[in-house]
Design a binder for this molecule. Structure first.
Ligand code: DQA
Length: 153
């Protein structure tokens, strides 16, 4: 059987604490819950899924470099590194893959330092403020970006 196109879903610092961390802002679901929902959605869309999290900027850069030629697209919640990291932006550009940026919270309703992200400059689209549903919408949008002709789940 032909190999499914695989999407890298990459999560940045402190997202391993979801469920415990400021639930009024980020919701009560854990990152494992979100990973499970993404796996279900990817399967329905005929996509492979590689779901990762790191608290280390350099590790995220290395994973993005490795995604080039290996994955079909990237969904990234860069967390705080989105607001600070030119290295992550450059690594996303290295991949030459479609990128969708996701934030659980509406970063534009929050502190001014969250209104700007470097990552957005590499993103085809940005979803924020819809909680964990944003990841599922990003996977749907990615399925259409990489294979616009096929009808989608
Ligand atoms: C976040 C928003 C960022 O500003 C914050 O630093 C995070 C999470 C979100 O998903 O809403 O860690 O990316």
């Amino acid at each position: 059987m032909a190999k499914l196109p695989t999407i890298l879903v990459l999560n940045g610092p402190n997202l391993n604490m979801l469920g415990q961390r400021q639930p009024e802002v980020y919701g009560r679901e854990s990152l494992d819950d979100i990973a499970a929902a993404c796996a279900k959605k990817a399967k329905a869309l005929g996509l492979g899924l590689d779901f990762k999290q790191s608290n280390i900027e350099g590790e995220m850069v290395t994973w993005l470099q490795q995604a080039r030629g290996r994955h079909a697209g990237i969904v990234i919640n860069p967390a705080a590194y989105g607001h600070t990291s030119i290295a992550l932006l450059d690594a996303l550009l290295v991949t030459e893959l479609p990128v969708i940026e996701v934030h659980l919270s509406n970063i534009h309703r929050r502190e001014p330092f969250r209104h700007q992200t470097y990552v957005s400059q590499a993103a085809t689209g940005v979803i924020c403020g819809l909680g964990s549903q944003g990841y599922l919408l990003a996977l749907e949008a990615m399925a259409n970006l990489i294979n616009p002709k096929k009808a989608r789940a």
